[in-house]
Design a protein around this ligand. Structure first.
Ligand code: CO
Length: 416
């Protein structure tokens, strides 16, 4: 199987995409591409042109997911396609590889197969999902949640940005509100290439990572209520300080997560947000709200950390006299990837002649949703320093090309 990707072609597409919504950065290259904005329109239009140029049939679904289908003469046009892609949107002042590498890696894989005379038996689809980063309309992975049937089209279109604009209106505005619903269940298999956003690949000297599991995520909202009072006239033994109690909670979460991570490596627990009321220097804090993020590849360990957080709150109630409340508004189960896709990716890495390691994904991706509906997997390319969601995010062009070569060989295998 002769599949040789063009690093120059891939680089050109990613660098052109980086120009849309480009931001000034002291170091590196950044972009801000939010759903339904001008940079988003430009990035989408550029993609459609590139898909057209490669002879792919382009369609846009009702929530703006963009798909290009390659149906070579060798393929049964009615066979379930093999699909690959990622997203073109970014976080505010995000990097240039997170998302675009997966979209243009998929397209470059198809172009390489075309150039190499590969004759797949199935059509191959290149996909760009709407709003993976969740910066304007939803909390993330919006387009793939619709493609997986998790969120109905009508609900998605009615989502509102802070300025009151609906997703439907925003897509109309940029000319990317299409028809129908891209359905991940129609795919025979799915493989997403993405930057690793961690350092395990570089630490191991590996060119690609074959993802075994995408972690589950739980978010808890915690409220700790004490008693606001005068910071000068309230004696130390007469206080119910909500922030002091919250501080103990933060450290308890960190201790528990570290202890569990010492044994199992994958679990993480973070208190990432804190609100204090009345938040005044001369007032003993009356209440504190905290946002807890817990992730692991097993539901058991997620439950263990959440359980520990609940016990800590009980302890703070009895030891500090505060009252506490915990809610769990967001909960997505861990998702193992498909054996078949994983094997195809590992074998492809062997054929291409690059070192691959198995790893898990600590970040959420569109693949989490797609994996509910079809055999799905992910490939990681190395991230310099593990840095992402910032203009300092970087993956060497040669590494982008090597990972894309593995993607191409995997897709060729899956589609045979
Ligand atoms: Co991403």
């Amino acid at each position: 199987m002769n599949v040789s990707v063009s690093e120059a072609r891939l680089r050109t597409d990613i660098e052109r995409t980086a120009e849309f919504g480009a931001v000034d950065a002291e170091e590196g290259r950044g972009r801000t591409v939010l759903t339904g904005t001008e940079p988003n329109r430009a990035a989408r239009e550029y993609l459609v042109e590139r898909l057209d140029d490669a002879g792919l049939d382009v369609r846009v679904d009702a929530v703006g997911n963009v798909v290009g289908r390659w149906t070579p003469p060798s393929a049964d046009p009615d066979a379930a396609p093999v699909a690959s892609g990622s997203h073109l949107d970014s976080v505010p002042e995000g990097g240039i590889f997170d998302g675009p590498l997966g979209v243009y890696g998929a397209l470059e894989a198809v172009r390489a197969m075309q150039d190499g005379g590969v004759e797949p038996a199935r059509p191959i689809e290149v996909v760009s999902f709407t709003e993976e980063e969740g910066q304007r309309f939803a909390s993330g992975v919006l387009g793939s949640s619709v493609a997986a049937g998790v969120r109905p089209v009508a609900d998605a279109l009615a989502l509102e940005a802070d300025d009151g604009t609906t997703l439907g209106a925003a897509l109309d505005e940029i000319g990317f509100r299409g028809d129908g619903r891209l359905d991940a269940a129609d795919w025979d298999a799915w493989l997403e290439l993405h930057i690793e956003q961690s350092t395990r690949l570089t630490d191991a000297g590996a060119a690609v990572g074959v993802v075994t599991d995408v972690t589950g995520i739980t978010h808890c909202e915690v409220e700790i209520v004490g008693e606001a009072n005068h910071a000068g006239s309230t004696p130390m033994d007469a206080r119910t300080d909500a922030l002091a109690a919250a501080s103990e909670f933060v450290l308890a979460v960190e201790r528990a997560a570290k202890r569990l991570a010492d044994e199992h490596e994958t679990p993480v627990g973070t208190v990432g947000s804190l609100g204090v009321s009345p938040n005044a220097t001369n007032v003993v804090p009356g209440s504190a709200t905290l946002g807890l993020d817990v992730r692991d590849v097993t539901q058991d360990r997620i439950e263990e950390l959440v359980g520990h957080a609940r016990e800590t709150l009980d302890r703070l109630e009895s030891e500090r006299g505060v009252s506490t409340h915990i809610e769990r508004p967001f909960d997505v189960a861990p998702m193992p990837t498909s054996d078949r896709v994983r094997r195809a990716a590992s074998d492809a890495a062997d054929r291409v002649g690059v070192t691959a390691i198995d790893c898990h994904s600590g970040a959420f991706h569109d693949t989490t949703h797609v994996a509910r509906e079809t055999d799905a997997g992910m490939l990681f390319a190395p991230s310099e320093g593990g840095v992402s969601h910032t203009p300092r995010e970087w993956t060497d062009w040669a590494d982008c090309a090597a990972a894309t070569e593995v993607l191409a060989a995997s897709l060729a295998d899956l589609a045979t």
